[in-house]
Design a protein around this ligand. Structure first.
Ligand SMILES: NC(=O)c1ccc[n+]([C@@H]2O[C@H](COP(=O)([O-])OP(=O)(O)OC[C@H]3O[C@@H](n4cnc5c(N)ncnc54)[C@H](O)[C@@H]3O)[C@@H](O)[C@H]2O)c1
Length: 313
């Protein structure tokens, strides 16, 4: 399989490139960046060749300037973590506007000439997914964003630690915005198939504390080590594996809703989907409890507000 990464010179792009190069189904990776980052990508390519030599893997890696995006045309998936960093004087909305301009250019160029899937990482990811969908003109099954899948992984860690459970036994899910209005689904959280609400430890479960921990997960990692990379890159890998192996797993991705969940329309937001070789194969119409549903509706309104500010860019 051939895969492209636009913004490969950044922290997340680099981590994704290294992880993907070690996947047996990956034959060719296009590392794409702005001209000023091409030397970094040439170095990354050599470093990855050394890494895969140790594992006797044979992957072709090529380096490209973002000016010619026709290089992504043979890629099954094009992953986009390219985006401007937020500077001190910028609000979240300023950042959304700046990144919407970047995503618009990529999605438009690619949509005109190529048939690939666009996997958005750039924040605010729900809005960037919507932008990529509109500008590429692709079917909604082909454009999706990493958002609350990563948050769900963080929630899973916190649940495993609190209940002293094996991480592999924990099943949980966060839906909604990849941001402060995310909605953890306690109703979909179980350990070894047992809903956590039925476990004796649940009565003292520090819900607000745990949810705050998850919401601030990215911020905390940025403060401590300058950015999160292995967590997001591993979450990306989960999704790519599902597509490559046609796993049809239920993952939570940012996708365009057109009424599939309680009639909610015209927004890209994190919901459970079935992901396989055709991309988003189905949105799973889960039943939420009343609080979850109300919180989800609030989250939808917040993402829509952002979208309204950037859709004209
Ligand atoms: N969706 C998620 O779950 C998730 C998780 C973590 C981070 N992110 C987001 O992923 C993105 C990348 O994060 P990172 O830590 O790798 O950032 P980074 O700053 O290390 O890398 C950003 C990349 O974008 C490129 N870039 C910067 N400005 C650009 C511009 N004006 N035009 C084109 N390319 C430009 C850089 O050259 C680099 O390749 C950010 O938007 C971050 O907020 C998303």
């Amino acid at each position: 399989m051939e895969i492209s990464i636009i913004g490969a010179s950044g922290k997340i792009g680099t981590a994704i490139s290294v992880l993907l190069a070690k996947e047996k189904y990956v034959r060719h990776i296009n590392l794409i960046s702005r001209e000023k980052s091409l030397d970094k990508l040439k170095g990354l390519k050599l470093d990855i060749y050394d890494a895969i030599a140790a594992e006797e893997l044979d992957v072709e890696i090529s380096v490209h300037d973002e000016k010619d995006l026709s290089v992504v045309c043979n890629s099954k998936i094009t992953i986009i973590p390219a985006g401007a960093p937020r500077t001190g004087d910028m609000t979240r909305l300023d950042l959304a506007k700046k990144n919407a301009g970047i995503v618009k250019r990529y999605a438009k160029d690619i949509g005109k000439t190529c048939d690939t899937k666009l996997f958005m990482i750039t924040n605010p990811v729900d809005v960037m997914t919507h932008k990529a969908l509109i500008e590429s003109g692709y079917d909604k099954s082909q454009v999706f964003g990493l958002g609350t899948h990563l948050d769900s992984m963080r929630f899973k860690v916190a649940i495993a630690k609190y209940f002293n459970a094996h991480i592999g036994d924990v099943r949980t899910r966060i839906i909604g915005e990849h941001g402060d209005s995310m909605v953890p689904l306690i109703s979909s959280t179980a350990i070894g198939g047992i809903p956590i609400t039925r476990l004796p430890e649940y009565k003292d479960f520090p819900y607000n504390e745990v949810v705050d921990f998850v919401k601030n997960g990215g911020k905390r990692i940025i403060q401590l080590k300058g950015g999160s990379e292995y967590g997001p890159a591993s979450a990306v890998l989960n999704v790519v594996r599902c597509i490559a192996n046609d796993n049809k797993k239920y993952l939570t991705l940012s996708t365009y809703l057109d009424g599939e969940l309680d009639g909610i329309k015209d927004v890209c937001i994190g919901v459970p989907v079935v992901i396989g070789k055709k991309g988003i194969e189905r949105i799973v119409p889960i039943e939420l409890d009343e609080k979850e549903f109300n919180d989800f509706k609030k989250s939808v309104e917040i993402v829509k507000r952002y979208w309204n500010e950037v859709k004209g860019i």
